[in-house]
Design a protein around this ligand. Structure first.
Ligand SMILES: [Zn+2]
Length: 163
């Protein structure tokens, strides 16, 4: 955990945002992507689709324990939260946050918190923004560009070939 904090402070000018890791993600492929970041001593921010993620035990464990990986949220499912009701947004995000944090703690003893919601297709809506605010999550719908004093660089693990 200490390493995570140090890396975060060192590289908070750029967020390397990797969207879509999910229960079907191949751990072997994903490790190769993360190795690219480890080799450069960079953080790797993953916006995960949370539904049933723990069922992919190897991936879940890797996400929880790799010091350079920052786990954030892309939704319970990959869907357009910008058109959903407040209750739907709130319930999905709350469920996702609790699912990650409970399973992470139980499996590894590590308390890796989710702090940010990265919107699928970067779609914004009042309900999803309010749900984030009420859950203490930061809302990000920036694909590439400046967001909260950070520069976001987006990619997908499944088509990653270096940056
Ligand atoms: Zn996505």
């Amino acid at each position: 955990m200490l390493e995570t904090i140090i890396y975060s402070n060192m590289s908070n000018a750029i967020i390397y945002r990797d969207d879509d890791p999910n229960v079907y993600t191949c751990l072997h492929e994903f490790k190769k992507v993360n190795q690219w970041f480890k080799d450069r001593k960079l953080n790797h921010t993953v916006a995960v689709v949370m539904e049933d993620l723990w069922e992919n035990h190897g991936l879940f464990y890797y996400l929880a324990t790799e010091p350079n990986i920052i786990v954030e949220l892309h939704g319970w499912e990959h869907k357009d939260y910008s058109i959903l009701s407040y209750d739907e947004c709130f319930n999905d995000l709350k469920k996702s946050k609790e699912y990650w944090e409970t399973n992470c703690k139980r499996m590894t003893g590590i308390d890796k918190k989710i702090t940010t919601y990265f919107a699928p297709w970067n779609r914004e809506g009042d309900n999803i923004k309010k749900a984030c605010e009420d859950l203490g999550l930061r809302f990000c719908a920036t694909k590439d560009g400046v967001w909260e004093d950070n520069k976001i660089i987006s990619f997908h693990w499944w088509s990653f070939n270096g940056l």
